[in-house]
Ligand binder design. Structure first.
Ligand SMILES: N[C@@H](CCC(=O)N[C@@H](CS)C(=O)NCC(=O)O)C(=O)O
Length: 219
């Protein structure tokens, strides 16, 4: 049985945004059942977890043949066994890989600069000036994506793991009132997260938090 390591509880701000969600979503798209290994914020620091996730984070993953960490890598491994996530032809597989890296390497860093600043340090004296630049850089990337998505429902015309990762990244902007400026990008994100597999994954993550009491999360 595949096993996903996830937190048993996180603060409200992170609920529905913890990165095991991407893995759960991929497994749901692929129709693969999985078990949860739930850890708390003390267990993430213990040698047993650090063996599986060197940075004391989640997700971690085991599918019987491999122990893995890094949500993007895990999603791509799941995609290898699902045509829903990865086209069978070589060129299509290569394009899926390109979009997966684009999501995590060309878009996510810009999303994180804005979202972390606005969520965690909104009142810092440096925040306003930093945000001008961070929002500017993010806007440049979103404008390019906006153009790419003109007349395309998905990044390559059909849903793949690249879309799953891109939508997962973009979704973190929902609470920052940025996406309405990029209607193609926003529609794409909603198209992806409107898939029944996403709803099942989100429900599974939130159900865990509802069942566990709050706890300190500091490292
Ligand atoms: N690049 C990693 C990032 C994982 C990550 O940021 N995990 C967060 C939850 S979404 C975490 O465990 N944070 C706790 C910590 O860093 O102490 C991935 O994509 O798997």
């Amino acid at each position: 049985m595949r096993e996903v390591t996830a937190y048993n509880w996180v603060p409200d701000v992170a609920q529905g945004h913890v990165k095991d969600l991407r893995v759960r979503w991929a497994l749901e798209e692929a129709g693969l059942p999985y078990a949860e290994r739930l850890i708390d914020h003390q267990q993430k620091l213990q040698p047993e977890h650090l063996k599986r996730q060197p940075f004391a984070q989640v997700p971690a993953y085991n599918d019987g043949a491999a122990d893995m960490f890094e949500s993007g890598a895990i999603v791509m491994r799941i995609a290898e066994s699902s045509e829903t996530l990865m086209p069978r032809d070589e060129a299509g597989r290569a394009r899926t890989m390109s979009w997966a890296f684009a999501a995590l390497n060309s878009i996510e860093p810009f999303v994180m600069k804005v979202s972390w600043t606005e969520l965690f340090w909104p009142d810092a004296p440096w925040a306003p000036a930093y945000l001008v630049h961070a929002r500017g850089m993010l806007g440049g990337r979103l404008a390019q994506l906006e153009q790419w998505l003109e007349r395309r429902d998905y990044l390559e015309g059909r849903f793949t793991a690249g879309d799953l990762l891109m939508a997962s990244v973009l979704r973190d902007l929902e609470r920052h009132n940025i996406l309405p400026g990029y209607p193609n990008v926003e529609a794409f994100m909603k198209r992806c997260t409107g898939r029944p597999a996403f709803a099942r994954a989100l429900e599974a993550q939130l159900k865990v938090f509802a069942a566990h009491p709050p706890q300190p999360v500091g490292a």
